[in-house]
Design a protein around this ligand. Structure first.
Ligand code: PLP
Length: 432
């Protein structure tokens, strides 16, 4: 075995093919893909027109450097995407994935302030956030377990509080909770000196790390108000929530947030191509048009063709509305199956981004000991039962806290929604 495995010690099945919300291995075994991998696959597996678009573009031209050529593929994709983005006069910088897109956004923010003659460098992220595994993205992330080995390389970012309804730290919750988070952010900006703070980065709805945590409605208006007051750019990380995952094209739309920079990946090409982008507003773009940045594979023509084909499928099949509808159905089905289970503390989410938080003691919301590996065991039991789930740990205190995440392809059928909830419940009951 010469592949550096992501799951050492596990005897992994060999994937053979996919169709809609289903994957099959080489023995013919069927898996209901309840998490679209890492909440990636929106349009479903095996969509022929995307494969064809990729093949067609590769046959015409598969690579041309972004500093040497413009391309119809990229221009057409950007033109189709722009009206859907909740960003004013957006300019799209395509890259190869979420972490690269976050790095791009962070540099854009710094470059913007420098161009205006302000030497701002501090970026504020949130505790419990995940923005990627490259160094800059990891620095703005707030997951202690991932950061720990690399701490000597990190430390320039600051972190503020994150809304987490189930474990809200404010005693007045939910009344005025958003305002209290905004006060924390403002205090941090003032402590750092507003003249030093370049940007605030956050997922509109916390995804992988805290598990589909939807903020209270007063959160985003209060937070963006503080950022505007101090000239701090707002970066919305929609890597997980974008492209219909939460029942809107972008989760920012739930609260009419207009970020200065929006970051997306995952659902952008639905796993058919490694594609991400950072889209900045016209105002930011005007200042940083000569931005010193780039990757060998940024502005990739085949990536643009893949992204454009995926966009057309999302539109043609009305999958954003499907996400809202099937998401509500999935949440009700999970509540019916698991709502009274003593190990289930919370079932939450929006659209087809859902999470189940497991607890050792429901009345006190005490998490399981990390050594029990409850989330990992539920995912393993789910796989045995033919359903693929995604786990996350550390939501309660950075170390403990077990989450099972669900984010199936938006094409999931009614029968598959019921099956997903049923089999998830079987796995939860078996382990807890
Ligand atoms: N940002 C968010 C919100 C994510 O969920 C992720 C990945 O899970 C990333 C950034 C990093 O994306 P990638 O794994 O494509 O580098």
């Amino acid at each position: 075995m010469t592949v550096f495995s992501r799951a050492p010690g596990n005897d992994l099945p060999v994937v053979a093919r996919g169709s809609g919300a289903l994957l099959f291995d080489t023995t013919g075994r069927r898996y209901l893909d309840g998490s679209g991998g890492a909440i990636v696959v929106g349009i479903g597996h095996g969509v022929e027109e995307v494969g064809e678009a990729i093949a067609q573009q590769s046959k015409l031209v598969s690579y041309a450097h972004g500093t040497a050529f413009a391309s119809a593929a990229l221009e057409n994709y950007a033109a189709a995407l722009a009206p859907l983005l909740p960003v004013d006069d957006p300019h799209i910088y395509p890259v190869s994935g979420g972490s690269e897109a976050v790095e791009t956004a962070l540099k854009m923010a710094r470059a913007y302030h420098l161009a205006r003659g302000e030497d701002r460098s501090v970026v504020i992220g949130r505790q419990g956030a995940y923005h990627g595994n490259t160094r800059g993205a990891l620095d703005v992330s707030g997951r202690p377990g991932l950061r720990a080995p690399y701490l000597p390389w990190l430390g320039s970012a600051r972190h503020t509080t994150t809304p987490y309804e189930y474990r809200c730290e404010f005693p007045t919750h939910p009344e005025g909770c958003g305002q209290q988070h905004a006060e924390k952010l403002e205090a941090l900006i003032l402590a750092e000196g507003p003249e030093n703070v370049a940007a605030f980065i956050a997922e509109p709805i916390s995804g992988a790390a805290l598990g589909a945590c939807v903020p209270p409605d007063d959160y985003w208006p209060a937070i963006t108000g503080v950022c505007r007051r101090y000239g701090v750019l707002v970066i919305a990380d929609e890597v997980m929530t974008g492209f219909g995952r939460t029942g809107k094209w972008f989760a920012c739309e739930h609260w009419e947030v207009r970020p200065d920079i929006l970051v997306a990946a995952k659902g952008a090409a639905s796993g058919y191509w490694p594609l991400g982008f950072a889209a900045c507003s016209g105002e930011v773009h005007e200042k940083i048009a000569g931005f010193t940045h780039g990757f060998t594979y940024s502005h990739h023509v085949v990536g643009a063709a893949a992204g454009h084909a995926v966009l057309k499928v999302l539109q043609k099949r009305d999958l954003i509305a499907a996400s809202a509808r099937q998401g509500a159905a999935l949440k009700s089905a999970l509540e019916a199956e698991l709502g009274d289970h003593p190990a289930v503390g919370d079932i939450r989410g929006l659209g087809l981004l859902c999470a189940v938080e497991l607890v050792a003691d429901r009345p006190t919301r005490t998490p399981y000991a990390r050594a029990d590996r409850v989330a990992e065991r539920i995912v393993a039991a789910g796989k045995e039962a033919g359903v693929l789930l995604y786990h996350s740990t550390g939501c309660a205190d950075g170390v403990s806290g077990d989450l099972v995440l669900l984010g199936p392809p938006l094409v999931i059928t009614d029968a598959q929604v019921a099956e997903l909830a049923e089999r998830t419940a079987i796995a939860v009951r078996q382990v807890t």
